[in-house]
Write a protein that binds this ligand. Structure first.
Ligand code: ADP
Ligand code: MG
Length: 323
């Protein structure tokens, strides 16, 4: 299989949308943006050995490469429209590609995003996706809208993906195969097949004042909201929800550390005025997704954590940081 065989294999699986005037196959795609909407555009790269263990199943890589991009759209409150996929592959392996497209299109088709182009080259395994979505003009969920007095919320059960990574690092979890322990399997699924909170993001317009997805770690990503908004944030560590799967696997202290500092969860962290509490509880029931109030926005700067093992330190994962 050569470059064009690979592209053909991918293109055959791509579903079109009515707003794709011209998809894969020409020098560029032609797309018709919806009237009255702004485009949200985001790009993320996954490199083997850096963003996922090298032995990760190709289907899980395909799912996750798209999921992290959809999560950025969710964090903006955008509805998915289109994406491109740039693949760097060490060799043209038909079996690998088959698995990859299975995972990729399982999520693409479920979320309604259309693959409209990309690039295919030989090199170390790396997947780079650009995703585009639509937001009602002027209503995107930005990081710079948090106000003093707002509540801080988190969706879902943070820390489970980081918990899986810790188990894997100590040799207690295989990323390729279902875990015998049902709790470990819950954590493994959260690492390998994160669920971008697309529905939540699109229902937070006019409710949340600021939002970000948790890719680097809850405290770190909240720190980005605080910095961009010119405010401080206080997190009450005891309020951060911990799943029983995570607590059983690691114990309460390590579980809390994963929830506060572990990345890769792709939950949404957002701020909202206290008047929104009832609406958010109702939304939580409607979406069958936990939404938990974990702190509040204050004057000042930075993120502090009350009731944690240590306070004030909020650094998440940074590429190129001194080791
Ligand atoms: P060009 O030389 O004009 O850049 P390519 O040969 O790289 O064109 O790609 C041919 C067509 O296939 C283009 O429409 C491109 O967008 C698409 N394409 C290439 N690689 C991928 C991929 N990995 N996923 C989806 N579309 C791809
Ligand atoms: Mg090209």
């Amino acid at each position: 299989m050569d470059e064009f065989g690979l592209i053909d294999h991918i293109a055959r699986r791509a579903r079109l949308r009515a707003d794709v005037v011209l998809g894969i196959g020409d020098d560029a795609a032609l797309l018709q943006p919806p009237p009255g909407r702004q485009l949200a555009v985001t790009a993320d790269t996954l490199n083997a050995g850096v963003h996922f263990p090298a032995e990760t199943l190709p289907a899980d890589i395909g799912w996750k490469a798209l999921a992290v991009n959809l999560s950025d759209l969710a964090a903006m409150g955008a509805a998915p429209l289109w994406c491109t996929l740039s693949l760097s592959l060490p060799q043209a392996d038909a079996g690998w590609l088959e698995g990859f497209v299975d995972g990729f299109f399982a999520l693409a088709d479920a979320s309604g995003i259309a693959l409209v182009g990309g690039d295919t080259t030989r090199g170390p395994l790396s997947l780079s996706i650009t995703a585009m979505g639509a937001v009602p003009a002027g209503q995107a969920l930005r990081r710079d809208g948090a106000r003093v007095g707002d509540d801080i919320w988190i969706s879902g059960m943070p820390g489970e993906a980081a918990g899986a990574l810790r188990l894997w690092q100590r040799g207690a979890l295989a990323v390729r195969a279902p875990a015998a322990d049902s709790g470990h399997e819950i954590l493994r699924q959260r690492l390998q097949r994160p669920t971008p909170r697309l529905q939540l993001g699109q229902t937070l317009h006019g409710v949340a004042s600021a939002a970000a997805d948790v890719s680097d770690g809850l405290l770190a990503d909240l720190g980005h909201i605080a910095t961009r908004s010119g405010v401080g944030a206080v997190v009450q560590a005891g309020r951060v929800p911990l799943s029983s799967a995570l607590r059983d696997a690691l114990g309460a202290d390590a579980a809390r550390d994963c929830a506060l500092r572990g990345g890769d969860d792709y939950e949404l962290c957002f701020t909202a005025a206290p008047e929104r509490r009832d609406a958010l509880q109702a939304l939580s029931s409607r979406l069958a997704l936990p939404l938990t109030r974990i702190g509040h926005v204050v004057e000042g700067r930075g993120v502090s954590c009350e009731g944690g093992a240590d306070t004030g330190h909020a650094a998440g994962y940074r590429h190129f940081a001194a080791q």
